[in-house]
Ligand binder design. Sequence first.
Ligand code: SF4
Length: 516
Amino acid sequence: MDFKVEMGSAWATAQQKQNLRRHVQQSDETSCNQPLQMYLVPPTGDVSLEDFDILAAERLQVLRTFERAGHVGKQKFSSEWVDFVLADLRRQKLTTYTQLLSGSAAPEALRRDHVSHFILRLAYCRSDELRTWFVQHELDLFRLRFQTQTRMDLEIGNFLADNGIHLEPVSEETVRRLRDQLQAATARLTASALELTQWYTVPFVEALELVRARRVLLAAGQAYIPAHDLGSIVAAKFRHHLQHALAMARRLLPVVEEDARLKTMLNDFDKRYTGRDYSAAKTDENAVTPDMLDELSSQSFPPCMRQLHERLRANHKLLHGGRMQYGLFLKAIGLSLDNAIAFWREEFTKIMDSDKFHKQYLYNIRHNYGQEGKRTSYSAHPCSKILAAGSNDSGCPFKHYDKDHMGKMLRAYGIDKEGSAEVQELAARSQPQLACQKYWELVHRRPFEGVVQHPNQYYEESRKALTGSRTKTDRGLDRSRVIRANVPATPAAPTADWDSDVEMSEEQQLTLERAD
Ligand code: SF4
């Protein structure tokens, strides 16, 4: 795919394309190789569809890291917050971005950054909600990079001048003369720090955020800015530019989406799961067998799966959504196909004969293991998919249970009143994954590393915490893969009781096979 033409088309009319093409060819060399940039010029060159997808997914992981960092209760840009971000990027092996944030990025890292930013603009320009999310986390990434560059004492004057930010250094003599006024206006600085800091003046309209917060001295239309506050001025410029660019991209999206391949890739991009792939076939090593499931369920299953397990034991059946959600989870923790058939048959034949079980349910179990239809080994559902679906038997208790139901469940699982209140507060604030993480921490009495994104991740972290070893499913699967969440445009209405029954007929089985 000629990326230059595709990306260019999003910012230019047909008549402007010729000029744009010439302009981007001239400026790309320099713009792409900047350690810090405002992304004013789209990238040029060819990008394969595979790379297009990989680069976009990589950046999505990075922006989600910033989103997670916002939930860990650290002050933004504090050293603890920065440590969390860097550790999370390293854990996900996002070396492009750890390089960018260390200020020593190779040209390939700069190219990946440049291209991926423009791809995500196309994915995130579609609604106010998406634009707000994108701007907020791009801004965090930008500010952290700016802070890194500044800390390393690199020359940033050119960058600022190139982007229309005209700073005038303030002489030491002027700082001494204005010392009392500067200190009154910027109370955070001690008298000695004030004289050691480099000060700049900018026209006050470029420092409105600081003016609004009453954190600058204003004199003769100029704002006096200490070096460590330059980030907020540059960030304001970056935000303004990005908001405008997203509005442009939104207007021109229909042109980009004339290419059906791009349309498929960009649609519902924000709902993609970006954690580990839990679809791989398992070996017999450390196999999980049906007789282990009761104990594992109470020790290490996340509530969504533990509820399904208990409901299956109590009622000897689950609806189609529940069987899919739970069956794929069991496969990913190491239950073999034969053991899965034995497990489901043992329960279902308590309320039906073996013949009915074979006719109505066996196909579905074999299908999950890639033994029917297209013979694809299906992935266990990530939290994003469970949270978006949540009808009938499947779902996440922290999203789909009402207060009473959740409280009862937490009590039954041994969570005390205080802990239960904390979990429920997070759930009430529409933070089901954080509620789940808090629940994990209460059960295991230690902090959870990262953020819960997948029931199998929850399970593996639990086994590690309880047994001190990595489980079979935790080895050899370290590659991250983006999996389409297949989220319906309008999520099904949540239900708390999940007791309507829709079994899978032979006709539906054939439909499933045809859909393969
Ligand atoms: Fe399951 Fe995820 Fe909900 Fe936890 S947050 S209960 S792992 S769906």
